[in-house]
Design a protein around this ligand. Structure first.
Ligand code: PBG
Ligand code: ZN
Length: 320
């Protein structure tokens, strides 16, 4: 036996590449953005978290599609908000889905299915007597999902954390003839402090209370597994963990336990933390983003949602 020199394989870049275990690929990257009815494009917290007017949605996606964008995740910013979140049934998201599918038939269009962007109280469901009414919430979410499927969405992603939401959506989609529409379940969605920039972009901060009654407790991982098991039983095609970076252990658990594809969402607060870190220290943003996304991939996520996707697509172009 020769001497043990583990650094032998690290001494040259080509050898390092040869033995590397993890790589990002365009196929698994999903870019989230917001669609609004009109006005000018706006960027919350610098470039990256963007509200796009419906009329410019194709022009906005075009350069990224050219760079190899495969999947987009759409959120809506409605013109009006009310108690029932009725703007969710018919608005800029439905129109944007149709326009994107017409212009870029190869793009996977994924939509967030929730009410918090559309309700005047900012909660994810229908509120009655200060509490979420589960039955009415499931009914509303189902209606939203079917409207997205009708517009041409490939995947709907229920994020309201209402018990039974995946099963309700599956039944409603099947009944409406959309057996082929996939469901990506926000299974382990934690009550995180890292959603602030998103809520600013969507104007969706709860007017009273918080989301701890329906989102998960960050002290727990076993609860996340239970949510994953239930979502699977209800017919989820893809299971998601959110946020991503502080929850790599949950991603790894999901990967080991479930044979369905696993998605992880690097949320708006994670994005801004990295941006601010790079600004403060002069570190290259793209390099940090590459490291963080690769680590999320290494933990076991096949699919990654990130506001850094445009940056990453540009570097993948230059990488082997
Ligand atoms: C809607 C939803 C939220 C996010 C995704 N879907 C906000 C929330 O739960 O308050 C957050 C994503 C991000 O921060 O980028 N329920
Ligand atoms: Zn919500």
């Amino acid at each position: 036996m020769g001497s043990i020199l583990p650094s032998r394989l690290r001494a040259k870049e080509n050898l390092r590449n040869m033995v590397s275990e993890t790589a990002l690929s365009r196929n698994g990257l999903v870019w989230p953005f917001f669609v609004k009815a009109e006005g000018r494009p706006e960027e919350v917290h610098g470039k990256g978290i963007t509200r796009v007017p419906l009329g410019e949605v194709e022009a906005f996606v075009e350069p990224l599609y050219e760079l190899g964008l495969k999947s987009a995740l759409l959120f809506g910013v409605p013109q009006r908000k009310d108690g029932a979140g009725s703007g969710a049934f018919d608005g800029p998201v439905q129109s944007a889905i149709a326009r994107l599918k017409r212009c870029f038939p190869g793009l996977n269009v994924i939509t967030d299915v929730c009410l918090c962007q559309y309700t005047d109280h900012g909660h994810c469901g229908v509120v009655e007597d200060g509490r979420i009414n589960r039955g009415k919430t499931l009914e509303a979410l189902s209606k939203v999902a079917v409207s997205h499927a009708e517009a041409g969405a490939d995947v709907v992603a229920p994020s309201a954390m209402a018990d039974g939401q995946v099963g309700a959506l599956r039944r409603a989609l099947d009944a409406a003839g959309f057996e082929g529409t996939c469901i990506m379940a926000y299974s382990a969605k934690y009550a995180s402090t890292l959603y602030a920039p998103f809520r600013e972009a969507a104007g969706s901060s709860p007017a009273f209370g918080d989301r701890a009654a329906y989102q998960m407790d960050f002290r727990n991982s076993r609860e996340g597994i239970l949510e994953g098991e239930l979502d699977l039983a209800e017919g989820a095609d893809i299971l998601m963990v959110k946020p991503a970076m502080p929850y790599l252990d949950v991603i790894k658990e999901f990967r080991e336990r479930f044979t369905r594809p696993i998605a992880a969402y690097q949320v708006s607060g994670e994005y801004v933390m990295i941006k601010e870190y790079c600004r403060a220290t002069g570190t290259d943003e793209t390099k940090v983003a590459l490291e963080m996304l690769t680590c999320i991939r290494r933990a076991g996520a096949n699919i990654i949602m990130s506001y850094f996707v445009p940056e990453i697509l540009k570097t993948l172009e230059r990488w082997p």
